[in-house]
Ligand binder design. Structure first.
Ligand code: ADP
Ligand code: MG
Length: 247
């Protein structure tokens, strides 16, 4: 099932088209070319890993495809929608509807419980209270945190907090999930647990997952490994089938 969704992309239209994207930051008189000229196609259900050392432009790429930043030049088209042309309100709506984000530092709201954190994206989408609670509870169960609904972030381990982060990214069933160094703050065993959960959820829901990392072992979970160096894609490796993660 899962593998078939990503094979034989010929003839299919990509879900995400990144065309000649360039990003230059200005700091005073200095210009920093974070991305030089990046083009890439990503298909529905693919798990794509951006691999590169610190400063290579991974987060810049992710933030632009997720609509958090605008490219200096180039086009980003998602499901036929030219993201780079939308205004701020349009991008916000698009993100709420289509995109989930998992952060390295979890980015949970410290005053809110696990279930409240997971409910947040639904609140922004005006889902009513009962439905929010039911969906958030289901998402918490799916990431293996049953019984932790009322815990606050400080009352959970890093791995548990990241599972809350995953549940929050997935609760609205977004088409695309972005993850920026999702295991960067976790130990090796917890990294495996968390990656297994992220990949399993993406596969089950046929979601497109784009993750960026400097950790080569994370790339094993991907269908497509995109290596970046100094703001350029230097290699794209597509696997016949994903390495299905082991427990
Ligand atoms: P990575 O995520 O691969 O570590 P980044 O995309 O964060 O790399 O950064 C790429 C380059 O762009 C780096 O040289 C970084 O210092 C620079 N950069 C990133 N964000 C900004 C910003 N907001 N202002 C100025 N320079 C930035
Ligand atoms: Mg980064």
């Amino acid at each position: 099932m899962a593998e078939n969704a990503v094979k034989n992309n010929e003839g299919r239209k990509p879900l995400i088209e990144v065309r000649h994207v360039r990003k230059v930051y200005r700091m005073g008189s200095e210009r920093i070319v974070a991305l030089n000229d990046v083009s890439l196609e990503i298909y529905k259900g693919e798990i794509v890993c951006f691999l590169g050392t610190s400063g290579s432009g991974k987060s810049t790429f992710l933030n632009m495809v997720a609509g958090l930043e605008k490219p200096t030049r180039g086009e980003i088209i998602i499901g036929g929608v030219p993201l780079h042309k939308l205004d701020e309100a349009g991008v916000t709506l698009f993100r709420q509807k289509n995109i989930g984000f998992i952060f390295q530092a979890y980015n949970l709201m410290p005053m809110l419980t696990a279930i409240e954190n997971v409910s947040l994206p639904l609140l922004f989408r005006n889902v009513d209270r009962r439905k929010r609670d039911a969906l958030a509870k289901e998402a918490i169960d799916l990431v293996g945190l049953k019984g932790y609904e009322k815990r606050r972030p400080t009352q959970m381990s890093g791995g548990q907090q990241q599972r809350v982060g995953i549940a929050r990214a997935l609760v609205g069933r977004p088409k695309i999930i972005f993850a920026d160094e999702p295991t960067g703050n976790l130990d090796t065993n917890t990294t495996k647990e968390v990656m297994n959960i992220i990949v399993r959820m993406a596969r089950e829901n046929i979601q497109t997952l784009i993750l960026v990392t400097h950790d080569r072992s994370i790339a094993d979970y991907a269908d497509k490994i995109v290596t970046v160096r100094d703001g350029n894609i230097v290699d794209v490796t597509i696997k016949d089938s994903a390495v299905m993660p082991q427990q």
